[in-house]
Design a protein around this ligand. Structure first.
Ligand code: KG4
Ligand code: ZN
Length: 321
């Protein structure tokens, strides 16, 4: 069994996954309420909270999997990218647990982790496939030809898709994190009420900053009261523009690479409009869309383990290589 630990942002997570990709437990303690009053994640607050939560969350993951540390064969942990202070808490905890049990440690790239959410049971996806990774920090188009390895075809030139949702939600006076809020409010609105633009950038890259500005102007032109009254229409139209941008690129990527199977992972893959727009794509299971440790343990099945005790020097990294 693999114990996975994830602390790259504002979720403290631990999970136990079996060798053949079955999730035996997955515990996620979200700090979202803690950061909501600031409208975003405050790195120092996140680190301190991880420090308080990491041990109880690991304990709970072991308990829910009905197992003990003695039965764990290796420890997997997110090494980066993410908030460095937050990452260090998980990495230190993982090192300590692995070292005490004389176990191998598997450092996992958070982005490979999101992709690996597709490899878990009951419906593991087999490469090759084209994967859209859309989260709060990244928007990537990846060609996945074998497990554990992905080729980057496109990325965002400015904001990530999840960031666009979060910033849009803020402009609309909705709570943080904004993606799920916009998703909810948009249900009552008309997606063609406002003609928001989809940026056209060269290649297979993405851009969302123009869209955010368009929403800002629309809200300003309507005035406070009218903008609140039309909030469902604004949310639906804004969401539709993001969904269009993502789906158009995914289709173009499929055409260019010849990869027929499509997959979507990361926090934004929880979006109901995106799911509806891509009926032929594989989506990560809802519980594994946003950050979790089961995906990290899953990725560890396709990454190189560092044998005991050669990992104590290992450092976290903040940005993608
Ligand atoms: O993957 P994730 O948990 O963390 C990162 O690695 O960044 O993604 C978080 C992002 C946030 O920006 C959040 O607003 C977005 O995923 N998100 C959604 C939905 N649920 C979460 N965006 C759109 N619709 C949703 N239902
Ligand atoms: Zn993530």
């Amino acid at each position: 069994m693999i114990l996975g630990i994830e602390t790259s942002c504002d979720e403290t997570a631990a999970a136990v996954v079996s060798q053949d990709g079955e999730v035996l437990s997955s515990v996620v303690s979200s700090q979202a309420v803690l950061h909501a009053r600031y409208g975003g994640v405050v790195p120092e607050i996140a680190s301190r909270r991880h420090l308080e939560l990491v041990t109880p969350v690991v304990r709970q993951a072991l308990e829910e999997a009905d197992t003990t540390l003695g039965h764990i064969g290796r420890v997997a942990v997110t090494q980066g990218p993410g908030l460095v202070g937050a990452l260090l808490v998980g990495l230190s905890a993982a090192k300590a647990i692995a070292w005490a049990g004389r176990l191998p440690l598997v450092p996992v790239d958070h982005l490979e982790g999101h992709v690996a959410s597709l490899y878990l049971r009951p419906e593991p996806l087999e490469p090759p496939f084209l994967c859209l990774l859309a989260s709060g920090g990244h928007t990537l188009l990846l060609a996945v030809r074998e497990r554990g390895r992905s080729e980057r075809l496109g990325t965002t030139l400015d904001d990530a898709a999840g960031e666009a949702f979060d910033k849009g939600a803020r402009l609309l006076g909705l709570g943080y994190p904004g993606g799920a809020e916009i998703d909810r409010v948009a249900e009552e609105g008309a997606r063609d009420a406002f003609p928001f633009p989809v940026a056209r950038v060269p290649g297979l890259d993405f851009s969302f900053s123009g869209l955010k500005t368009a929403l800002l102007y629309a809200v300003r032109d309507l005035g406070e009261d009218e903008a609140r009254r039309r909030r469902p229409d604004l949310a639906a139209s804004y969401q539709h523009a993001i969904v269009r941008a993502l789906t158009v690129r995914l289709r173009e990527g499929a055409e260019q690479t010849g990869l027929e199977r499509l997959a979507v992972v990361g926090g934004v893959s929880a979006n109901s409009a995106l799911r509806a727009a891509l009926p032929d794509a594989r989506f990560a299971p809802l519980a594994l869309c946003t950050d979790n440790a089961a995906m990290i343990a899953s990725a560890a099945l396709y990454a190189d383990p560092l044998p005991y005790p050669g990992y104590l020097e290992l450092d976290a990294y903040a940005s993608a290589a």
